[in-house]
Ligand binder design. Structure first.
Ligand SMILES: Cc1ncc(COP(=O)(O)O)c(C=O)c1O
Length: 388
């Protein structure tokens, strides 16, 4: 074969490292703080609602293409309740197989080969893969330690005649940066001035410890040029159910739905009913989620600091990015390969989220969506690094 396969462009990205690190966790009996999924399921009443839906025969056959009406209405009510955004459940909401499919369908729908996409780097690994699958080119705006703010001058300079869209992620994985209203306002005015679309991944919208989550779609002039993406996986701790969604103007949502139709067509039928019920939970559920993860963040941050890591306290998400320069001269990848053997803990190197692996060479990410005792045990194990 003379032509390189697409997989060669995608190999080495985050997913590969997650598989390697998860296997290492099993092999060494390590605490796995690598991949970001909670070690406790979400509320039992949501699980019961899903079981009830299955037994009642709701959603066991192909649900409607845009999602079941109950969930679309619940998503619309959620956008109104938290952000004052009016979205029509019939034309402006699309249910997807997790945020992952929403990202893929949005990028495949909106990009033409040769288009450029400006994205905040380090990136969640599916962005680079989906941009590559759409035949487009990613143009990174690198978020730099210690506070990982987006450099808006750099962003302005990165826009060319080929730029089609800006791909945002706030709260940001893996750095925990939460974009401010002011930053988003500046990004919005660039998008309007240069006639760009914005695709915004807001899956951690309810996991914010500092500042506020501002959906860019709420800013003047942005509603009709923004595709907003979120997911029940993070908010309700059912990552395996893969219920995500897109909101936006009828034109943009129809475009995304057209691509989605040939990816999964539909998914997660009975789970959609359960998430519809969950979205109506009182505000106390949402504030409780943030408060609980805030406490967990502080437990792990203290453990990591004690162990000699430099901790960049996240403003949101359930990830902590650290710098390992105080502990080793090796890069994050090598460090993460040794860590399970040295300390019985698994983390992931941030270098896999950068185009240029040197950029995040000394950074390592830990997930803290785990039980308190697991975080405490991990902290105790990591402390051993100090004496090693
Ligand atoms: C930034 C970001 N976007 C999207 C996803 C995927 O969400 P889902 O599980 O709903 O596909 C994740 C999961 O880790 C994520 O961190």
């Amino acid at each position: 074969m003379t032509r390189p396969l697409l997989t060669s462009a995608l190999a080495g990205m985050g997913t590969t490292i997650f598989a390697e690190m998860s296997a290492l966790a099993v092999e060494t009996g390590s605490i796995n703080l690598g991949q970001g999924f909670p070690d406790t399921d979400g509320p039992a009443e949501i699980a019961t609602a899903a079981a009830d839906a299955i037994l009642a025969g709701r959603g066991n056959q192909y649900p409607p293409g845009p999602g079941v009406p109950e969930l679309r209405q619940a998503i619309s009510a959620h956008q109104k309740r938290f952000y004052g955004l009016e979205v029509d459940p019939d034309t402006e909401v699309l249910v997807t197989a997790g945020a992952t499919e929403a990202i893929a369908a949005a990028l495949l729908a909106l990009l033409e080969p040769g288009d450029e996409v400006i994205a905040l780097e380090p990136y969640y690994d599916s962005y680079a893969a989906c941009i590559a699958m759409a035949g487009a080119r990613r143009v990174p705006i690198t978020l730099r330690a210690p506070d990982f703010r987006p450099d808006l001058d750099e962003l302005r300079d990165a826009i060319t005649a080929k730029t089609r869209l800006i791909l945002l992620n706030s709260p940001h994985n893996p750095t925990g940066m939460v974009a401010t209203r002011e930053e988003l306002t500046q990004i919005a005015s660039l998008a309007i001035e240069r006639d760009l679309l914005v695709v915004t991944d807001e899956v951690y919208e309810h996991i914010v410890f500092a500042g506020e989550h501002v959906p860019i779609a709420t800013l003047p002039g942005m509603r009709d040029r923004t595709v907003s993406i979120s997911s029940a996986g993070k908010t309700f701790s059912f990552t395996g159910w893969k219920v995500g969604w897109v909101t936006g103007s009828p034109e943009l949502v129809t475009a995304v739905r057209t691509a989605k139709q040939f990816l999964t067509f539909v998914s997660s039928g009975p789970f959609q009913y359960a998430i519809a019920a969950a979205l109506a939970f009182p505000d106390s559920f949402y504030s409780g989620l943030g408060a609980s993860l805030h406490r967990k963040r502080d437990v792990l941050a203290a453990g990591l600091t004690d162990a000699g890591f430099t901790v960049f306290a996240p403003q949101g998400t359930y990830f902590i990015t650290t710098d390992i320069s105080g502990l080793t001269t090796s890069g994050g990848l090598e460090f993460c390969r040794q860590l399970p053997h040295r300390a019985g803990v698994v983390a992931v190197p941030n270098s896999v989220f950068y185009d240029d692996p040197q950029a995040g060479r000394s950074q390592v990410r830990f997930a803290f969506c785990k039980r308190d005792e697991v975080l405490q045990a991990a902290s105790a194990r990591l402390r051993a690094l100090r004496s090693a």
